[in-house]
Ligand binder design. Structure first.
Ligand code: C2E
Ligand code: MG
Ligand code: MG
Ligand code: MG
Length: 283
């Protein structure tokens, strides 16, 4: 009996493993096909100036589209793209689509910032800065309209290399945001060493904010920190009215989250921008 059970157990795991491998294989194929066809789907989520309710920028968020039309979330394929050595290609395509979006708005007289996520592996790539420069040039997008989001861990991983690249990008006029702030290695000295412009408070802090003094205090402290360092602050994952009022009372100026708008396809985002912008430079 024990022997039987043992065999069943092995069988159970191998089936699960097989399904997992199959799924991974399918995802790899989809990823390769999509990249070959330059057919990544990039959604854009508005960032809102809390006081005016106007859009002040967009974050680009990548998706993969299955044949059925269903969308695959980035958590499912970003690390796979990194493992397969495809992240530079993916990143470059996202960058192009994002700059094209910014350009399209500019052609309508709306100057908004587009913020693009960059993985640590991309940042380590020798040609990354060139890639960004070529992209801006190709789309004739002013560099101050492009923002790059990096995580704390990306900053720590290859400190000197990254420091140098970010300095070059900052010299070009590209702004740098630190993403998911508070969830990584929080050595505060990093905030002074890197040429950062924006601090994005991680959504976990925003979502806990209403659940006690303690959590409110954390957000409050991050707001004060950003102000002391002269960094612009963006609260991400804002879902409720009361979160908005609390952020307002803390004098946090920019919010991003389902409360205002979900990430949307570029056509919808384009319309959103025209409807919700002040119609002047907001960069
Ligand atoms: P992130 O950069 O922190 O992006 C914010 C994530 O929060 C997005 O998930 C967004 O859809 C989601 N979000 C926005 N508002 C709300 C809200 O009110 N509530 C909640 N619960 N979530 C909200 P998404 O699009 O699934 O992206 C997940 C992560 O994937 C991103 O986190 C980023 O780290 C990564 N990612 C997305 N696009 C790219 C890309 O082009 N390149 C790279 N390297 N990473 C990307
Ligand atoms: Mg981000
Ligand atoms: Mg984030
Ligand atoms: Mg994240």
């Amino acid at each position: 009996r024990a022997k039987n059970q043992g065999r069943n157990t092995v069988c159970f795991f191998s089936q699960e493993l097989e399904a997992e491998l199959m799924k991974r294989h399918e995802l790899e194929l989809l990823l390769r096909e999509t990249l070959d066809a330059d057919a990544l789907t990039v959604f854009f989520q508005p960032q809102i100036a809390i006081d005016s309710g106007c859009v002040c920028g967009f974050e680009a968020l990548v998706r993969l589209k299955e044949k059925s039309g269903a969308l695959v979330a980035p958590q499912e394929f970003i690390s796979l793209a990194e493992e397969l050595g495809l992240i530079d290609e993916l990143g470059e395509q996202v960058l192009h689509k994002s700059c094209a979006f910014g350009r399209r708005l500019l052609d309508q007289g709306v100057m908004l910032k587009v913020s693009v996520n960059v993985s640590s592996q991309q940042l380590k790539h020798a040609l990354f800065v060139d890639q960004v420069a070529r992209c801006l040039e190709k789309h004739k997008l002013p560099s101050r309209q492009l923002e790059l989001e990096v995580t704390e861990s990306a900053l720590v991983e290859s400190f000197e290399q990254v420091q140098c690249k970010l300095a070059e990008l900052a010299d070009m006029g590209v702004t740098i945001a630190i993403d998911d702030f508070g969830t990584g290695y929080s050595s505060l000295s990093y905030l002074k060493v890197f040429p950062l412009d924006v601090l994005k408070i991680d959504k976990s802090f925003i979502q806990d904010m209403g659940t006690g003094e303690h959590h409110f205090g954390i957000v409050q402290t991050i707001v004060l920190l950003a102000r002391a360092l002269g960094l612009k602050l963006v609260a991400e994952g804002v879902e409720t009215d009361s979160q908005v009022s609390e952020l307002k009372s803390l004098k946090c100026d920019v919010a991003q989250g389902y409360f205002y708008a979900r990430p949307m396809d570029s056509q919808s985002a384009f319309k959103y921008a025209l409807a919700h912008s002040l119609g002047k430079d907001q960069v």
